[in-house]
Ligand binder design. Structure first.
Ligand code: NAP
Length: 469
């Protein structure tokens, strides 16, 4: 095993965190992992788009100083390790970076390089915006109603990796301890002799920092609501606690800026349902952010049937994993679904394509680079380079609306012009220069509150038949 020597670009500077705020120089050094398989294709297309957006937005006064770091197959072939220590150090030292997809090594050692990076840097938020771009092929009737941002907890839950394989001495020992120490729980296991076992830790601290980040994001971006999605009706002390801790942090730390359904419940118990509804209505009319909750299974259904009733969604790890990709399917699938892994306290962030390496298409210059391009857009926005990020959205929307698309979209669109991965990048760059329409240039605007209050009230007041006007 050889440790790669990384030489930071001489013309670049570090991004730093001062008093909880990122300080981004004109030439920030950003580490990148190009990724395995199709990662090579999509990185080549994406880096040109990101550089073009920055150049156009700031007339050459800002420029990213890219620094390649290694992971996955490329690292293994060159240095004999899947995740060199220097890669983790680079993301730690330079704070913000981006990566393409990585092959998951088969057999012992690291379970997943992505999970390893998230854990090492304590990137506790997996941020997945899900937003429709006109013209994107969609399996639902009204994809334009989809505009959600998922805050998936990224460090806990069943993903912690505490699992014991069936029949191993470890599994037997774990089950023996359970039988001796927790006989009632042990009796609940239907087939103890042939069970594999996993552990699901969900903590107060882990939940609070995730929900705190989701609420702060919602307030900063003038979103309408945060839904705490959970499966607390079954897993009361893990997912149920996620809901309770979430409400508690909302009320305790955000006070008058939010209105939580936990407050609604208390008012209902003390003064009746009408008083609780009136309280919620006036809180939302005053512009407070609604904090509500929903059971995971109904959320999966309602995000399809009533997409416009969901906005920011905060959820534990496993359900968040499922929900992110399920929602992405409504707005174009994983080919264009972006993601970011963020620690809002330390400032560390790694943005990434959310799909895998799609090895059968590797080096064919074929697949959609949209997921990595839009992850770059998220990264630029995170750095505060909004003008460059807006250029990317304009470019993507323009190219897709003109039906200049890669194979995955072309096969679902009539009259599309199928282009290569690199050509799609060219098209995005060309469309960046078009004049933004007024509505596109404006930041996300909060939708009318009064109408929403009525609808939210219907959701909350389950027994009521009439919609409150
Ligand atoms: P995958 O690479 O995501 O590919 C599955 C299918 O998704 C592809 O066959 C293709 O569908 C579609 N697809 C993926 N990327 C696309 C793109 N850029 N544009 C258009 N369509 C795209 O999943 P996989 O084959 O299960 O996994 C391959 C490897 O990637 C594994 O080693 C896995 O562990 C790893 N992986 C890595 C990450 C990550 O690094 N974040 C995430 C997931 C998986 P069609 O063939 O129908 O066109």
């Amino acid at each position: 095993m050889i440790e790669p020597t990384l030489i930071p670009p001489a013309d670049g500077e570090r991004i730093t965190l001062r008093n909880g705020r990122l300080h981004v120089p004109e030439r920030p050094i950003l580490p990148f992992i190009e990724g395995d398989g199709t990662g090579r294709d999509i990185w080549r297309a994406s880096v040109r788009v990101l550089d073009a957006a920055v150049a156009k937005a700031y007339a050459g006064n800002r420029k990213i100083a890219w620094m390649e770091v290694f992971a996955g197959e490329k690292a293994f072939q060159q240095f004999g390790t899947w995740l060199p220590e220097s890669t983790v150090s680079a993301f730690r030292d330079f704070l913000v970076g981006i990566k393409g997809p990585l092959t998951t090594p088969i057999g012992g050692g690291i379970r997943s390089l992505n999970v390893a990076l998230r854990k090492r840097l304590d990137l506790y938020v997996c941020l997945r915006p899900v937003r429709y771009m006109p013209g994107v092929p969609s399996p639902v009737l009204h994809p334009e109603k989809v505009n959600m941002v998922i805050f998936r907890e990224n460090t806990e839950d069943i993903y912690t990796g505490i699992e014991f394989e069936e029949g191993t001495p470890e599994a037997r020992r774990f089950l023996d301890i359970l039988r001796e120490q927790f006989p009632k729980e042990y009796e609940k296991i239907r087939f103890p002799g042939s069970s594999a076992v996993g552990v699901k830790p969900v903590s107060r601290e882990g939940t609070e920092r995730l929900v705190r980040a989701a609420i702060q994001y919602a307030l900063d971006n003038r979103r309408r609501s945060v839904t705490l999605m959970h499966k607390g009706n079954i897993m009361k002390f893990t997912e149920g606690a996620f809901r309770n801790w979430g409400y508690a942090v909302a009320e305790r730390e955000f006070g008058e800026r939010v209105y939580a359904w936990s407050q609604w419940e208390r008012t209902k118990s003390a003064r009746g349902e009408a008083a609780a509804n009136a309280e919620q209505k006036s809180a939302l009319e005053a512009g407070r952010l609604l904090i509500k909750d929903a059971i995971a299974d109904i959320t999966f259904q309602q995000t399809i049937t009533r997409a416009d009733e969901f906005d920011v969604i905060a959820c534990p790890n496993l359900n968040g994993d499922f929900l992110s990709d399920a929602l992405a399917a409504q707005v174009g699938g994983i080919g264009i679904a972006p993601g970011g892994n963020i620690n809002y306290v330390t400032g560390h962030a790694v943005f990434e394509a959310t799909h895998g390496t799609a090895p059968k298409y590797a080096d064919l210059d074929k697949v959609n680079p949209g997921s990595l391009i839009l992850s770059g857009e998220m990264m630029l926005r995170y750095l505060g380079w909004r003008e460059a990020a807006d250029r990317i959205l304009l470019g993507m929307e323009g190219a897709i609306a003109a039906k200049t698309v890669t194979y995955d979209f072309a096969r679902l669109m009539s009259g599309a012009r199928e282009v290569k991965c690199s050509e799609f990048g060219d098209a995005v760059i060309e469309w960046m220069d078009r004049k933004p329409e007024a509505k596109k240039a404006a930041p996300a605007v909060r939708k009318p509150v009064a109408k929403k209050v009525a609808r939210k009230t219907v959701m909350k007041v389950k027994g009521k038949k009439k919609r409150k006007k």
